[in-house]
Design a protein around this ligand. Structure first.
Ligand SMILES: [Zn+2]
Ligand SMILES: [Zn+2]
Length: 302
């Protein structure tokens, strides 16, 4: 009889701890599935099927690139817009209940790709930072190095031909294939992400020279969706490369009335001739492609 009270107390404590764990899980961006196990009938939770999708967000960052990929609980960010887009990119990621990024990729050191990268590295738990082996003299580039250092991280340059996992998706590195180039664009890290029978190709600002190298290396560049190289510039998307990629869809990340005249008319004509359906951040705003491993569906938010 003496022990009865403490036993009751410990039962109450145990139940309370379990409830707290449940609450913590509910608000933890990575805890949804666990919560689902405790309360399988709670209909307010995201359906389990969202964990079975590869979600690819093309953020509208004007004349710049930023793509957010999520499969299961693993997330990759490819580029982070201009310096002025830093808070936009950080808020976008936060709004999707993401606190941890497995990979943060700066395709090459131009501002319209790495501008917001320092802020992303500062605000989130980052496991890997990928950038090509080339430096730049700008403050923007220095800021990224500083943020990497302050977080105790190291920049690595993934080798063309290597493969990594993003949840149940595979990330294949296709470029760069040389040690040195004249311009920074051809240093772009090019990634192909495959999920089930679907595939996405992210080309940064890689130009015809790098495209040629990928073909010469014998890489399978074919993809259902391609992020059109260099904002639709005529310096990228060579005919040979486009015919090898054979995309059904192309996404052009581009700003309204930009000073470069991107996307170039001849690139648009080439894509039209090859029956590529085009989406553009200047027209469609934020673009979300979702793959269930077999089909790709599209959503837009202007
Ligand atoms: Zn660019
Ligand atoms: Zn560039």
């Amino acid at each position: 009889m003496k022990d009865r009270k403490p036993v009751k107390k410990s039962i109450i404590c145990f139940v309370f701890v379990i409830m707290l764990m449940g609450l913590w899980d509910r608000y933890s961006p990575t805890g949804f599935i666990k919560w689902d196990l405790y309360f399988p009938l709670n209909s307010n939770l995201p359906s389990k099927s969202s964990a079975q999708l590869l979600q690819v967000h093309f953020l509208d960052v004007g004349q710049a690139d930023s793509m957010l990929l999520q499969q299961g609980e693993e997330v990759m960010l490819i580029d982070a817009g201009n310096n002025a887009d830093a808070s936009l990119v950080v808020e976008y990621i936060k709004n999707h209940n993401i606190s941890s990024l497995k990979y943060v990729v700066g395709t090459h050191p131009h501002e319209d790709h790495i501008g917001g990268l320092d802020a992303v590295i500062q605000h989130f738990d980052v496991q890997n930072v990928w950038m090509p082996k080339v430096s730049h003299t700008t403050k923007t580039y220095g800021d990224v190095l500083q943020a990497v250092k302050e977080k105790g991280l190291k920049i690595t340059a993934p080798t063309a031909g290597s493969t990594f996992s993003l949840g149940a998706a595979q990330v294949h590195i296709l470029a760069p294939n040389s040690d040195t180039y004249e311009g920074l664009n051809n240093y772009s890290i090019v990634l192909k992400v495959t999920y089930g029978s679907t595939s996405f190709l992210f080309t940064g600002d890689a130009e015809a020279l790098s495209e040629q190298e990928m073909l010469q290396a014998g890489f399978d560049v074919s993809a259902n969706v391609v992020k059109i190289g260099h904002h639709g510039s005529r310096s990228s998307t060579s005919i040979e490369f486009l015919q090898a990629v054979k995309p059904a869809y192309g996404v052009i990340c581009v700003g309204t009335d930009n000073k470069y005249g991107h996307p170039h008319e001849q690139t648009l004509e080439l894509l039209q001739q090859h029956k590529v359906d085009i989406f553009r951040t200047d027209i469609n705003g934020n673009i979300l492609a979702e793959s269930d491993g077999q089909n790709i569906t599209w959503r837009f938010a202007k």
